[in-house]
Design a protein around this ligand. Sequence first.
Ligand SMILES: *[C@@H]1O[C@H](CO)[C@@H](O)[C@H](O)[C@H]1NC(C)=O
Ligand SMILES: *[C@@H]1O[C@H](CO)[C@@H](O)[C@H](O)[C@H]1NC(C)=O
Ligand SMILES: *[C@@H]1O[C@H](CO)[C@@H](O)[C@H](O)[C@H]1NC(C)=O
Length: 297
Amino acid sequence: MGFFGTAALLLLGTAAHSGLAQSSATTDPSAASSLSVAELWKLQTTLWDNFLYPANAKQMQSINSTLFAPNIQGRVDITRTFDGAELNTEYIFGLFSDPSQLSLIGVPVSYKIVKFAATDNIAAASTIFTFNATMFGKLLPLNIDTFITFDKDTKQVTQYDATFKWMDFLFAELYGEIGKLIQANSTDQVTAYLTDMMAKTLCSTHSSHCTGTMQQYADSASCYNFLTTQIRFGQTFEMGRNTLFCRMMHAEMLQYRPEVHCPHIGPSGGGMCVDDQTYSEKVLQDYFTNAPFTPRI
Ligand SMILES: *[C@@H]1O[C@H](CO)[C@@H](O)[C@H](O)[C@H]1NC(C)=O
Ligand SMILES: *[C@@H]1O[C@H](CO)[C@@H](O)[C@H](O)[C@H]1NC(C)=O
Ligand SMILES: *[C@@H]1O[C@H](CO)[C@@H](O)[C@H](O)[C@H]1NC(C)=O
């Protein structure tokens, strides 16, 4: 190799080196575009602090929680997907903010994050909440696992994917408790009892909030008949399917935006309580588009 060759190589080497240095300074995702683990932990705990009752009632009053990006995308395994700040404010904060509402699990009163990992703008957490199940007069632990992405500038939640762990086990125990309370002799009797109670609650909520063009049922009798004989009660994973349980979950929302939520408790299910997915479609649904849920490596 002659002098020019060596010089060229050295130059190339220098150029390549400075090119690399430059690229790591300008495009290294771990620098400019990421949140630190400490920041992500703070965002996670701030979200959960506001999820607790009664802070969640205050969030609900804001209509569009500023903790959420306007185009937030959310998914809960036992229900379905939720788009936008307003809907997510209702379902995340509104749904668990009223201890007097008919609810099996009640309101969240404390939490402990038991697992946490974070990278880029993504936080993964396993959190054990304590719910005050006022219907049973007792405190229940509930483990919720989440993957959340945050906007690095606004610090708002842009996506969340939540899993209610061991929910089947919890509901089996709660049905057992109800069975003891009503001295039932079979699980069918428990289901019949809950069906009657939920249908009555829903139909009376319907009468108070779904009037005029928002009306879903001709009268209380046809409401009760539909809810008790034309649809399934619903299993734990069916809170976003064509079930009574799904419609019950939406009852709490009627007071906020009846024009949006009345169809959810009606015969059509309003796109929220519908059998629109098979198991495989649910698992393979390519829902999240705001940000990757995997690190940029
Ligand atoms: C909440 O956000 C929606 C969608 O951007 C908007 O239409 C609505 O007016 C907002 N409501 C309030 C009270 O800010
Ligand atoms: C649970 O709710 C009951 C009834 O509202 C209340 O008396 C009790 O203090 C609550 N417990 C906790 C830990 O929040
Ligand atoms: C269970 O069986 C007992 C004895 O036959 C009866 O008195 C009770 O009413 C039954 N429970 C229900 C919820 O029907």
